[in-house]
Design a protein around this ligand. Structure first.
Ligand SMILES: CC(=O)SCCNC(=O)CCNC(=O)[C@H](O)C(C)(C)COP(=O)(O)OP(=O)(O)OC[C@H]1O[C@@H](n2cnc3c(N)ncnc32)[C@H](O)[C@@H]1OP(=O)(O)O
Length: 290
């Protein structure tokens, strides 16, 4: 066996030892195509189906592609070759449920567009928001992925929002709860964690983190999952550039303004204005790792 063949064999062996055997996962290229189709059907005045398809035909293609990816995510099998009639029906039903939610998703996107236009003096109209704002694309993908997450479809929603993250620099976990009329301006570097709750008419600027303060482990040393680790941001809050808001018990009271670069790990009451602390406190000494 040649040296290169030996390396390839070793890599495959190690991978099989550490991870599951070869399975049908959702496919990145198909997810990207699905997101493009979603954008066409949700914003049909702005994005057109390729190859002269009608919107109705595109909905059929979208349904078929989505069912295929859901089938892979849930059963780790390919719809065409390995699907039984039950698993196919399950995946197609889930895809039907996602498509049925699209009119509500579209309403929410409309409110995001309006909020963004009304909040940014640089925006010349809805067209500019829809065609150029990365925040709107990230919200479009998040809002559909969140529907899938609530339908308990594994993996696929996370792969969708990670695609949007790779394109926009905006990382919104599909499990996060975002209200209506969200404005994301510029957006690069925004991170919104899995259990964050963000109210209506919240504005977020580049570099904002709505994240966990630390990551607790159980007595056996395993990560504690699914607890509320990320903050709640109430209605009408503005969080300016590079502010960091952390902790599952932290609540930013409604209509508060969080200044750029602020570091917040405790709740603030409604209508607060929190500015960056210039007198930084540096603690030196042993502290328990967490
Ligand atoms: C392309 C784009 O424009 S994207 C948007 C980028 N811009 C931002 O994200 C920043 C937005 N602005 C902020 O974050 C501000 O902190 C605000 C709007 C929340 C508050 O600002 P102000 O209304 O000026 O607050 P206020 O009048 O109470 O300021 C008090 C003092 O703190 C200073 N200050 C205010 N905010 C900050 C801050 N985030 N960091 C450091 N110092 C600050 C002010 O300069 C002022 O100093 P002074 O007394 O020496 O003059």
């Amino acid at each position: 066996m040649s040296k290169r063949a030996e390396i390839a064999r070793r890599l495959q062996e190690q991978s099989c030892q550490w991870f599951k055997g070869r399975v049908c996962h959702p496919e990145p290229d198909a997810i990207q195509a699905m997101i493009e189709r979603l954008r066409c059907v949700l914003l049909p005045n702005y994005f057109w189906p390729s190859q002269g398809h009608s919107l109705e035909a595109y909905m059929d293609l979208l349904h078929r592609g989505m069912a295929g990816q859901i089938h892979r995510a849930v059963f780790q099998k390919c719809l065409d070759q390995d699907g039984t009639s039950e698993t196919r029906a399950f995946a197609e039903d889930k895809a039907d449920q996602v498509l049925a939610a699209l009119p509500q998703v579209q309403e929410m996107l409309y409110e995001d567009v309006v909020e963004t236009y009304n909040s940014d003096p640089a925006a010349t109209g809805y067209d500019e928001v829809i065609l150029t704002y990365p925040g709107l694309f990230a919200l479009l993908v998040y809002r559909v992925a969140n529907v899938m997450h609530r339908l308990e479809i594994p993996l696929l929603p996370r792969m969708m929002t990670e695609y949007a993250h790779s394109v926009t620099g905006i990382d919104i976990h599909p499990g996060a709860t975002l209200g209506r009329g969200i404005m994301i301006d510029h957006g690069t570097g925004i991170v919104i964690g899995e259990t964050a709750v963000v109210g209506n008419h919240v504005k977020l600027y580049q570099g904002v983190t709505i994240g966990a303060l630390y990551f607790p482990r159980d007595e056996e040393g395993f990560m504690v999952r699914k607890t509320k680790r990320h903050p709640t941001v109430e209605d009408g809050v503005v969080i300016y550039a590079n502010a960091t808001v952390l902790g599952g018990e932290t609540v930013i009271g409604h209509h508060s303004v969080i200044g750029s670069n602020a570091w917040i790990t405790e709740s603030v009451p409604p209508y607060s204005k929190v500015l960056y602390q210039t007198e930084s406190v540096v603690k030196v000494g042993a502290s328990p790792a967490r």
